[in-house]
Design a protein around this ligand. Structure first.
Ligand SMILES: Nc1ncnc2c1ncn2[C@@H]1O[C@H](COP(=O)(O)OP(=O)(O)OP(=O)(O)O)[C@@H](O)[C@H]1O
Ligand SMILES: [Mg+2]
Length: 296
């Protein structure tokens, strides 16, 4: 892996990529005859937490993999921070890859490395010139930032609870001070209290660090609590993007059954109770409903 290139500076404020750091147009992905996406458009706004939902197997993870260049689409274009991701991938892409952080579905920590060593992996890759002491210090800082105690730095993944593993994965995703954070099912497998704490951690990091977050989830509480907008994948494309109340106003059967089913109603009731108790409102009502592909 090449690590001798410095990361690009962020785009100038006000440019297209500054408004929409992720823009997907006409995406088609297929595995043989199995077409996963077709005519899929999506814009992610700078500074938002975009929830991505859809039935199991509708292609949420494949969409994320396409956006980060791990899945080459059959058709369409994907721009991330102004860079065309669908171009052939090579070492030049190192510039863009150090501007995002990823928490994969399932975590994917290296089991033979400690938490700190896991966080150091991207630092070693992208900034090999950083000395050992500074690298250790950065890793330690990211571990603490992710809400883990300092002792966790020297632990191996097998010694961590599920929630701690997620936080360690998050620390690694934050290693390079990314502008974009990709999270694939971050609260899956956590108990409700652990999931709520993780949600609040994501919201607080997003606000403090000014992150744009692409968050795949099945967790309705997460959608209500921290997502500014939600994109719904069905019928091989993004069928709607908007706040939850805007989505509820659409008449797509999957959206209706998802948000109006027993779990959806319970999450809504919990959210209303929180708001009645004076919890600061999330941003979810602020943004207007967009078409899947908003024009700037
Ligand atoms: N490498 C691959 N080769 C062949 N088919 C694949 C591959 N990766 C994904 N698929 C198929 O693509 C479809 C979408 O998969 P994907 O993992 O994106 O679903 P998902 O929406 O993330 O589901 P879940 O909610 O269960 O995580 C599935 O039918 C899956 O079997
Ligand atoms: Mg998935």
């Amino acid at each position: 892996m090449s690590g001798d290139q410095a990361c690009m500076q962020p785009a100038a404020a006000g440019s297209e990529e500054d408004l929409f750091p992720i823009r997907v147009r006409g995406l088609k992905n297929a595995f043989g005859e199995n077409v996963i996406h077709e005519h899929l458009d999506l814009d992610v706004r700078k500074g938002e937490i975009l929830g991505v939902v859809g039935g199991s197997g509708t292609g949420k993870s494949v969409l994320m993999r396409s956006i980060i260049g791990l899945q080459i689409p059959e058709e369409g274009t994907i721009e991330v921070l102004g860079d065309e991701i669908t171009d052939a991938r090579d070492d030049d892409d190192i510039d863009i890859r150090c501007r995002w952080g990823i928490l994969f579905q399932g975590g994917a920590l290296f089991s033979t490395l400690t938490v700190a060593e896991n966080v150091e992996v991207p630092l070693r890759e992208f900034y090999p010139e950083i000395g050992d002491e500074l690298r250790h210090e950065i890793a330690r800082y990211k571990v603490l930032l992710s809400g883990l105690p300092a002792e966790a730095t020297s632990k191996y993944p097998s010694e961590l609870s599920g929630g701690m593993k997620k936080r360690a994965g998050l620390a690694r995703a934050l290693a390079l001070d990314p502008e974009l954070l990709f999270l694939d099912e971050p609260t899956a497998g956590l108990d409700p209290i652990g999931a709520a704490a993780f949600d609040q951690l994501i919201r607080s990091l997003q606000q403090t660090l000014g992150l744009t977050v692409f968050l795949i989830t099945h967790d309705l509480d997460t959608l209500y609590e921290i997502c500014d907008r939600v994109a719904v994948i069905a019928d091989k494309r993004v069928i709607a993007v908007g706040t939850i109340s805007e989505l509820l106003a659409t008449d797509h059967p999957w959206i209706k059954s998802y948000f109006n089913g027993p779990r959806g109603r319970a999450a809504l009731a919990a959210n209303e109770r929180h708001e009645a108790a004076g919890r600061p409102a999330t941003n979810k009502e602020k943004a207007p409903l967009g078409t899947a592909a908003e024009q700037a």
